[in-house]
Design a protein around this ligand. Structure first.
Ligand code: BES
Ligand code: ZN
Ligand code: ZN
Length: 478
């Protein structure tokens, strides 16, 4: 899909169909107005009306911004795509101060995403969309910038969707490393990729253990974005990049395994953010660190009952090999804080626990951490980006539950309840004292993958995390 912003009457567009967004009947073509009036269009609950004679689809919007508009446009573009239109014009005939080009664009671009790599017959047709706006010269400049930035962000979201939708056979830690290298090259980032020898030399035994039974070598990916001007601060993103999670010897049932290519959702979101920063020209230094690992079974697999030592020497009793994400993240968090000094923010992003879906539903990211101020900042980013978040709170009674009888801590506590918070409290043991209030854990197990379509997400990967984190970083300069 090709999408362009045009100024009213500037260019003659030969569109197959025109979508006219209206709040009321003001400024609607005279003839059409009579028809719309006769059916009480703007007074009924009906949202769309097709006027074949004038090749126009009238859309009644309550407001020209927000999630409601995104979902509405997403539904409309999906419907129209079935008719294989080659050129669609979106007309905004009524002037409105609240008009959000960002929301219109997100609805259209995210809503029209399809993943057809494994379909032998492709159905997706190339389509040009023109957004025809009425605005003053000054206003147009602002809208054009908003439009450009939204295109950068949404194309990264769709890139992440492609990555996460790719099967584990086709997407291994090596593939993720290649993607990281490509993103680095295209965006002028530095990129370091470390294999198992490095992990061994640097005592990253918990990450190594998880990938031991896989035929694919585990990779630690480190991308680094430096703004051209002096950086205003430093943000670290650590992503869980489990290219497949079979559960290991604590094997998942088939039903739980089918979608476990999704377990690279956190790491992929980090790739999506790193892919956007240069073009967005963000003034913050950002490090993206990903533990790309496959959790499999085999004679060499790590076992329930093993004791592992993380990079910071904390000993961990493995009680469940399916709680592998926290083991990979533990070493990656240590690596990040050993290698990078003077951190302002450190976030980990992970499809970490099924319990997060149970607690919050499939639509929200669980946010956990020590600083209320930081959580509030993330809530603000959530509101502006349209990605939902909800806090799962720590408390002093939950804290000791992760203690182990034979080691410092254990990676699973059975049926204690509060499993998502316990996972976060596990990660907390790998956050240095000076970084405690700078850290947030984002559990995207729910929103990263849509088992059935919702909002502007089609079936499969949603690209969760990208818009939220970019919005957070963008808000910092304000
Ligand atoms: N990758 C899963 C979490 C998950 C489940 C993400 C469903 C998305 C959808 C994670 O590695 C896992 O298996 N967690 C276990 C932890 C338990 C063994 C303590 C879980 O949530 O059951
Ligand atoms: Zn698991
Ligand atoms: Zn997992």
């Amino acid at each position: 899909m090709n999408i362009k912003l045009i100024k009213q009457n500037e260019k003659k567009i030969e569109e197959d169909i025109e979508i006219v967004l209206i709040k009321n009947l003001k400024k609607v073509d005279k003839k059409d107005k009579e028809v719309l009036k006769s059916i009480d269009f703007t007074k009924t609950s009906k949202k769309t009306f097709l006027l074949l004679a004038s090749k126009k689809l009238y859309v009644h919007c309550r407001i020209f911004k927000g999630e409601e508009l995104k979902v509405l446009l997403s539904n409309i573009i999906r419907e129209l795509k079935q008719y294989k239109f080659k050129s669609i014009k979106i007309a905004l005939v009524q002037e409105n101060k609240e008009l959000s080009i960002k929301d219109i664009c997100e609805g259209l671009i995210l809503g029209s995403y399809v993943y057809e790599r494994y379909k032998t017959k492709k159905t997706n047709v190339k389509c040009n969309i023109f957004i025809d706006i009425k605005a003053s010269k000054k206003e147009l400049k602002r809208l054009e910038l908003e439009f450009k930035n939204t295109r950068i962000i949404t194309s990264s979201v769709n890139m992440v969707r492609d990555i996460v939708n790719t099967t584990a056979e086709d997407y291994t830690p090596e593939t993720m490393s290649e993607d990281a290298r490509k993103i680095a090259k295209e965006n002028d980032l530095t990129c370091k990729i470390y294999g198992e020898d490095y992990l061994q030399e640097n005592n990253m035994h918990t990450m190594l253990a998880v990938g031991r039974a896989s035929r694919h070598e585990s990779k630690l990916i480190h991308l680094h974005y430096k703004p051209k001007s002096k950086a205003l601060g430093k943000v670290i993103l650590v992503g869980k990049g489990l290219t497949y999670d079979s559960g290991g010897l604590s094997l998942k049932p088939t039903s739980g395994m089918i979608n476990m290519k999704l377990d690279k959702g956190g790491g992929s979101a980090v790739l999506g953010v790193m892919n956007s920063l240069r073009e967005l020209n963000y003034p913050y230094e950002v490090h993206g660190i990903i533990g790309a690992v496959e959790n499999m079974i085999g004679g060499d697999a790590f076992k329930p009952g093993d004791v592992l030592y993380a990079k910071n020497k904390v000993s961990i009793e493995v009680r469940n090999t399916d709680a592998e994400g926290r083991l990979v993240l533990a070493d990656c968090l240590c690596y990040a804080q050993d290698e990078i000094k003077d951190i302002d923010y450190i976030f980990d992003v992970a499809t970490l626990t099924g319990a997060c879906i149970t607690a919050l539903g499939t639509y929200s990211t669980g946010i956990m951490g020590h600083s209320d101020k930081l959580k509030n900042k993330m809530r603000k980013a959530s509101f502006n980006s349209g990605e939902l978040v909800a806090e799962l709170p720590f408390n002093s009674y939950l804290k000791p539950i992760i203690n182990s009888k034979i080691a410092d801590i254990s990676n699973s506590t059975g049926s204690a309840g509060g499993a998502s918070i316990l996972a976060a409290l596990f990660l907390d043991r790998f956050i240095k004292e000076e970084n405690k209030n700078k850290w947030l854990h984002l559990d995207i197990a729910g929103p990263s993958y849509a088992e059935s379509p919702w909002g502007y997400n089609s079936y499969g990967a949603t690209g969760a995390g990208v818009r939220l984190i970019l919005e957070f970083i963008n808000n910092l300069k304000k």
